[in-house]
Design a protein around this ligand. Structure first.
Ligand SMILES: [Zn+2]
Ligand SMILES: [Zn+2]
Length: 187
């Protein structure tokens, strides 16, 4: 099913965040459109996090970034963070679980595939692991999501089927960034 991004009417109410992100997301409430914009923060209150990924780190261009990766014939893009202070590890995004493809289209056998282990993102300048992390999520409006998502999408869960995700990281040691390391259409 084609995903069509429509500009957001000013009157639209704020889109709820996907449930798994609620404990992590410090939402920028002054953002006046309906996109979800915010910082990632550990439940202990720390903003300095180690970005984690299952993906392919592209270092051929000036700015390093992540792409989906094929491992044993399956495609993966999985994002998370680990807090160096309290060691909590959190999942931010999994292509087989979240967003339009993961939530609406994924087959159960794909959802339950064993995931490869996380790698740690490092700063491309100083190689430090600790970063500030910011996320944006674009979601269709509720009516369109329900219309295109069939029986799976309801008024209770439509915001889980988001269409686009970005992740920006800024090195906590040398300040390099923000770098958009993920810019991903979820379908
Ligand atoms: Zn923590
Ligand atoms: Zn750095």
């Amino acid at each position: 099913m084609a995903y069509t991004y429509r500009p957001t009417p000013a009157s639209r109410t704020m889109t709820p965040a996907p449930k798994h992100l609620e404990p992590l997301l410090q939402r920028n409430l002054s953002s006046d459109d309906a996109d979800i914009v915010g910082r990632i923060r550990c439940s202990c209150g720390s903003d300095d996090l180690i970005p984690l990924f299952v993906g392919s780190r592209n270092e051929t261009e000036r700015r390093h970034y992540l792409q989906v990766t094929a491992i044993d014939g399956n495609w993966f893009l999985r994002l998370g963070c680990r807090c160096p202070k309290c060691s909590t590890e959190s999942l931010i995004f999994d292509d087989h679980l979240h967003g339009w493809n993961g939530f609406v289209c994924a087959e159960e056998e794909v959802r339950s595939l064993p995931r490869p282990p996380f790698e740690q993102w490092h700063c491309q300048k100083c190689r430090s692991h600790q970063h500030r992390m910011a996320i944006t999520i674009q979601t269709d409006d509720m009516e369109t999501a329900i219309e295109e998502g069939g029986d799976l999408i309801t008024e209770e869960n439509w915001f889980e089927a988001f269409g686009w995700l970005t992740l920006d990281v800024t090195c906590a040691d040398c300040g390099h960034g923000p770098n958009r390391i993920v810019d991903y259409e979820t379908m």
